[in-house]
Design a protein around this ligand. Structure first.
Ligand SMILES: C[S@@+](CC[C@H](N)C(=O)[O-])C[C@H]1O[C@@H](n2cnc3c(N)ncnc32)[C@H](O)[C@@H]1O
Length: 233
């Protein structure tokens, strides 16, 4: 039973109308994250939008006054070097009008390659400002390492980063990338894994989120992932 009414509404009326690959289990984990006492401030950001299915899921729990960011190369598909999805700005905007809780009013669409320094994402978005970040753009090891490093800087200290396709056999680059990232002793570390998504937070809050997710209805057992004790969903 979802607590957040915007999530209930999106699941009933929008989610299945939008093309995408996001599992419904994310409604449960996001509802749990939204119900916690910490991480209440800031917008969301997604790298890799396609038509907006998972972006709009995250934005349902964001307050109208907070700005959220949708980063995708969209119609510049020649930069989609591993052919992961096919973003479309026109379809995304139309879906925002139909299904987004804020009808697109708090969304800034950023057209570009997430690895391109000239986008100046740290300046535009703000270091340490995001409540939730989803990474689902380029699926090579290089994109994964770059996007995780960027997320480590953009997420607020209590925020949560969700990395997609971490266990998908069509996209082994994501697993290679996350391994290489974690071997660098980053301060963004995993706390849960399930339904093809890895959940990460800043190291000071890892124990807090492990404890919170151990009580999640989807929790199965604790496991060790690259040296971190996390919850398998
Ligand atoms: C798998 S789809 C995203 C699906 C979406 N998150 C969902 O669950 O509905 C991947 C998206 O990443 C975009 N993309 C690929 N490479 C990118 C890059 N380097 N920077 C930004 N976006 C990229 C593609 O255009 C595509 O829309």
């Amino acid at each position: 039973m979802l607590k957040n009414k915007n999530l209930v509404q999106y699941l009933a009326l929008g989610f299945k109308e939008v093309e995408g690959w996001c599992g419904e289990q994310v409604f449960t984990t996001l509802d749990l994250l939204d119900s916690l006492d910490i991480n209440k401030i800031g917008g969301c950001l997604e790298i890799g939008i396609h038509h907006g299915q998972s972006y709009m899921l995250l934005n349902q729990v964001i307050d109208a006054g907070a700005t959220s960011y949708a980063v995708d190369i969209f119609d510049n598909q020649e930069m989609n070097i591993d052919q992961s999805g096919v973003g479309s700005l026109a379809i995304f905007k139309s879906n925002l009008e139909k299904y987004d809780v804020h009808k697109g009013a708090n969304t800034v669409s950023i057209v570009g390659d997430s690895t391109d320094p000239s986008l100046k994402l740290e300046e535009v978005v703000g270091v340490g400002s995001m409540r939730f970040i989803s990474i689902d753009g380029g699926h090579t090891p290089e994109h994964t390492v770059s996007d995780l490093n960027l997320a480590c800087r953009l997420i607020n200290n209590q925020g949560v980063v969700i990395l997609d396709d971490v266990l998908h056999h069509h996209w082994p680059g994501v697993m290679e990338g996350v391994g290489r990232f974690l071997h660098g002793y980053p301060t963004l570390v995993p706390f849960a894994l399930g339904h093809n998504k890895l959940y990460l937070c800043k190291i000071s809050y890892q124990a807090y989120y492990v404890e919170a997710f151990s009580k999640c209805s989807l929790a199965t057992r604790p496991v060790v992932f690259y040296g971190h004790r996390i919850i398998a969903l």
